[in-house]
Design a protein around this ligand. Sequence first.
Ligand SMILES: CC(C)(COP(=O)(O)OP(=O)(O)OC[C@H]1O[C@@H](n2cnc3c(N)ncnc32)[C@H](O)[C@@H]1OP(=O)(O)O)[C@@H](O)C(=O)NCCC(=O)NCCS
Length: 179
Amino acid sequence: MFFKRKRRKEDNNNPTTKILPSSRVSKDSIIGKYCYVGERCDITKAEIGNYVSIANNVSIGPGEHSLTKISTNSLFYEAPYLNLTHGHCKIQSDAWIGVDSIIRRGVIVGIGAVVGANSFVNSDVPDFAIVAGSPARVIGYRFNEACQQMILESKWWNMDLDEAKKTMTALSDAISKLS
Ligand SMILES: CC(C)(COP(=O)(O)OP(=O)(O)OC[C@H]1O[C@@H](n2cnc3c(N)ncnc32)[C@H](O)[C@@H]1OP(=O)(O)O)[C@@H](O)C(=O)NCCC(=O)NCCS
């Protein structure tokens, strides 16, 4: 029998953000405008900014079982969801999370940061950093400090798309004059 997928609530409330149907976003997560979430992602207790791009097979804030209780099995927890998932992740605006990555619970990924494919991110990622590997390490920065400052001051990610495009053109001009 063929079932048509029901439109989800977030599709209606946030039409600029696209979450592919095989992905799951927990009810206690918040996701901003102009985001893209690929296939088979699992997002738990996360606050996601605007213009964030999340590739396929990304897990954000997956639960973790206790290492010190006699059993690791959550059947022995009184409030398994709360115990396993304590600590919110924050994925700030314009971050790009590469395919097959895991962002550990409680981790903050900064504005404009990039997480390379297949990474395990277990510590906070600074704004505009590029991190990769398991565990993820900083392999570079997208911009030098002067450019980072200019971009941060613009706060373009809080703008609607048309205004953001105009601001980016102005920023590119200003940055090209810096070098
Ligand atoms: C992170 C990424 C953007 C970096 O690109 P880049 O700046 O051009 O990096 P380079 O290829 O110059 O690599 C720099 C170093 O980091 C390493 N590196 C890059 N990506 C890596 C990754 N995902 N995991 C581990 N190491 C990685 C390279 O091996 C290289 O190491 P070396 O200096 O020892 O040789 C890119 O490698 C990546 O992972 N892209 C994600 C693609 C994706 O998931 N797309 C989904 C569709 S939206």
